[in-house]
Design a protein around this ligand. Structure first.
Ligand code: AMP
Length: 295
């Protein structure tokens, strides 16, 4: 599974990435972590990034793209990865597309953690407090002043990625204001609905045993139920996608008649593909029912 976690600083990307790593046995690739390690080690990249990071700026695209290109090739990333903090700009996203295409790898989904900006300062302050309590060094950029800059940066350079991935039908939006546990559950639920989760070896063995044990007539029922659930989840997920397709800050100007008509056509087209998405989510469950019936 290959995922991108998208969200402003303090939205919980790192926390959720770690939980996904734990559950699915894939690696977390955090450009922020890698850059901090480079700064600590005093490498040429670290020396270049140090000032920029301390001021809440963005390290040049070619630097982070280079880091990710090398990291993806390492053996532990073969099974899958979660990109945390990358891409952060549209040029980074297009570079990633090219990179994955060259390596014949597919991106499964982009999970956007949507949070209220007003909560972010509290969260970042809490993160700094917890780090201090563990006796570790607090990040230089976890201060209210730098956070304000990082947020402005996110709005202008990273938020356009919501539209970028929504257009490519990769975006799944999750309410990041729920508890950590709820957010994890929701992410896993939507990833399951789009078929991105590979069953663990012992789980697939269990389900194979269940398949052989149950008569086909009985087995068909839960499969239908699962199909319904998956289609509902996909519908919900694509509704979320639809919502995020609107670029933030552009909704205040009243659209002209032509624009409004265009919007209606777009909306109808999107509704069509939302249904397609739900249908696609239905497929695996239907296939399962057929297989079970054969047996
Ligand atoms: P993070 O840990 O993701 O909040 O990143 C910390 C800092 O590292 C950011 O504020 C940037 O200065 C730098 N950084 C991390 N990822 C990227 C990226 N993809 N592009 C540019 N700069 C980055």
């Amino acid at each position: 599974m290959r995922l991108i976690l998208l969200g402003p600083p303090g939205s919980g990307k790192g926390t959720q990435a770690q939980r996904l790593v734990h559950k699915h046995g894939i690696v977390q690739l955090s450009t922020g972590e890698m850059l901090r390690a480079a700064v600590a080690a005093g490498t040429p990249i670290g020396l270049q990034a140090k000032e920029i990071m301390a001021n809440g700026g963005l390290v040049p695209d070619e630097v982070v793209v280079g880091i990710i290109a090398d990291r993806i090739d390492e053996p532990d990333a073969k099974k899958g990865f979660i990109l945390d903090g990358f891409p952060r700009t549209v040029p980074q996203a297009t570079a990633l597309d090219e990179l994955l295409k060259k390596k014949h790898l597919k991106l499964d989904a982009v999970v956007e953690l949507r949070v209220n900006e007003s909560a972010l300062l509290d969260r970042v302050e809490k993160r700094a407090e917890e780090t201090r309590a563990r006796g570790e060094e607090v990040r230089l950029d976890d201060t209210p002043e730098v956070l304000t800059k990082r947020l402005a940066q996110y709005r202008s350079l990273t938020e356009p990625l919501i539209h970028y991935y929504s257009e490519r039908r990769k975006l799944l939006t999750v309410d990041g204001m729920m508890t950590i546990e709820h957010v994890t559950r929701e992410i896993n639920r939507i990833l399951g609905a789009i078929g991105a989760l590979e069953p663990k070896a012992d789980e697939s063995a269990k389900s194979a045993a269940a398949k052989t044990a149950k008569p086909a007539r009985l087995a068909a029922k839960p499969a239908r139920k699962a199909a319904g659930k998956a289609s509902k989840a996909a519908e919900k997920a694509s509704k979320g996608t639809k919502k995020t397709a609107k670029p933030a800050g552009k909704a205040t100007r009243g659209p002209s008649k032509a624009k409004a008509a265009k919007k209606r056509v777009k909306k109808a087209a999107k509704a069509g593909s939302a249904r397609k998405g739900a249908k696609a989510a239905n497929k695996p469950a239907k296939k399962l029912t057929k297989k079970r019936a054969k047996r």
